[in-house]
Design a protein around this ligand. Structure first.
Ligand code: AMP
Ligand code: ZN
Length: 308
C-alpha cells in the first residue's frame, strides 16, 4: 500500500482517526509539523526563550527533545537544555532513562543537568514512601511525586535563568488527567487544562508541545528514531487510578476512533470559556514563600506530614 500523502513510498502507519496511511518519512514529518503548529498557534515559545526540557528518558520526553531540537535549534537566539530528575524510586528504575537521555544530549550537543529528590527535598521517593507507610498517611506516591517534581523543575529553572519549561505530556496523558479530575469530583481543576500556558508570578511557564499527539504515535516516532526504549515502568504505577482510566480510554478509542480528540476539544473549549470568568488567585506560601493558591503550599504540606 502506498503512502496517502506522498503517493510514492510504502505506507507503514495507519492513522485510524483520519484514515491516512503514511510512509516513515511523511509520518515523522507530520508529527513534527503538528508540534510546530501547536507551538505557533498557542504562542508557546518566543525567539529569545531559554528552554528547559524535562526529560525522564521515556519515549514521550525523548520525542519532545528530538522534535524541539529539530524545530528550535536553528534559531540562534533560542537556547535549549535538558533536566532529568532522579526520584530515587528504586535503584534500577531511573538509571536506564538517565543513560539514554545522556547519550541523546551528547549527540545533539545539548547541556544535560541531573538533580535528585534527595538533594532538593532531603528524601528519595522510596524513603518518602516508607515514611508514609510507617505513619499510615493517606498519600499515594503519584500524587506527591508529581508535586515535588514540578517544584524541583520550577526551582531549577528559576535558579538557572530559564524562561520556559517544556514537558512531554501527550494527548492521552492530558485526557486521562481530565477524566480523573471528573471522577474525583475535582471541579476546580477542570478548567485549568487549556493549551495556553498559565502566566503566574513565581512560576516559570510550563509548555506541553506534544499535547495533541496521541501516545501511540509518539511510540511509533520513538521507534522510527531508534530510541532504545526500555520496559521499566514506574514501580508505583499500579497504585494509581490513571492506569485503569488509560485502559478504558484505549478500549473506547479502538471502538470509536477519535474520542480522545473529542474529549480534548471539550477541554479546550471549557478552559477558554472559564478562564475569562474565573481566575485562580495566587498568594505566597507562609512557610516557603513559593506561589500557591492556598496558605501553605502542597509541597510544604507534604513535607510537614512526612517529617514530623
Ligand atoms: P509523567 O508524569 O511521568 O507522564 O511525565 C510527564 C512529563 O514530565 C514527561 O514527559 C517529562 O517531560 C516530565 N518528567 C517526568 N519525569 C521526569 C523526570 N524524572 N525528570 C525530568 N522530567 C520528567
Ligand atoms: Zn511552601
Amino acid at each position: 500500500m502506498k503512502c496517502t500523502k506522498c503517493r510514492r513510498r510504502q505506507a507503514v502507519y495507519l492513522r485510524s482517526y483520519s484514515g491516512e496511511m503514511l510512509c516513515r518519512f511523511c509520518f515523522k514529518r507530520s508529527l513534527e509539523v503538528k508540534v510546530k503548529n501547536t507551538i505557533s498557534k498557542y504562542r508557546l515559545l518566543s525567539h529569545n526563550d531559554s528552554i528547559l526540557i524535562a526529560v525522564s528518558g521515556g519515549k514521550d520526553s525523548l520525542t519532545l527533545l528530538k522534535t524541539l531540537w529539530r524545530i528550535e535549534s536553528r534559531i540562534p537566539s533560542v537556547t535549549l537544555a535538558v533536566l532529568t530528575i532522579d526520584e530515587g524510586a528504586t535503584r534500577s528504575y531511573r538509571a536506564e532513562g538517565l543513560k539514554l537521555s545522556r547519550k541523546i544530549c551528547e549527540d545533539l550537543k545539548i547541556p544535560h543537568y541531573i538533580v535528585s529528590f534527595k538533594e532538593y527535598v532531603g528524601y528519595t521517593l522510596k524513603e518518602l514512601w516508607s515514611r508514609i507507610q510507617e505513619k499510615k498517611l493517606e498519600l499515594l506516591p503519584c500524587s506527591y511525586c508529581g508535586v515535588l517534581r514540578r517544584r524541583i523543575m520550577n526551582t531549577f529553572a528559576k535558579d538557572h535563568g530559564f524562561t520556559k519549561i517544556a514537558t512531554g505530556h501527550n494527548l492521552d496523558d492530558e485526557v486521562q488527567t481530565f477524566i480523573m479530575n471528573i471522577m474525583r469530583g475535582d471541579y476546580s481543576k477542570l478548567f485549568r487544562f487549556g493549551a495556553s500556558m498559565e502566566v503566574v508570578p513565581g512560576f516559570i511557564p510550563r509548555i506541553k508541545p506534544l499535547r495533541y499527539i496521541p501516545e501511540k504515535e509518539i511510540a511509533f516516532y520513538a521507534f522510527l528514531e531508534g530510541f532504545k526504549l526500555y520496559e521499566t515502568e514506574c514501580p508505583y504505577v499500579h497504585l494509581s487510578m490513571r492506569d485503569e482510566i488509560r485502559f478504558m480510554l484505549n478500549d473506547f478509542e479502538r471502538r470509536y476512533p477519535g474520542i480522545k480528540f473529542s474529549i480534548m476539544s471539550v477541554m479546550d473549549k471549557l478552559s477558554k470559556q472559564f478562564s475569562k470568568l474565573s481566575k485562580t488567585y495566587f498568594k505566597t506560601c507562609i512557610s516557603c514563600g513559593e506561589p500557591t493558591s492556598r496558605d501553605k503550599c502542597r509541597v510544604c504540606e507534604i513535607m510537614d506530614l512526612v517529617s514530623t
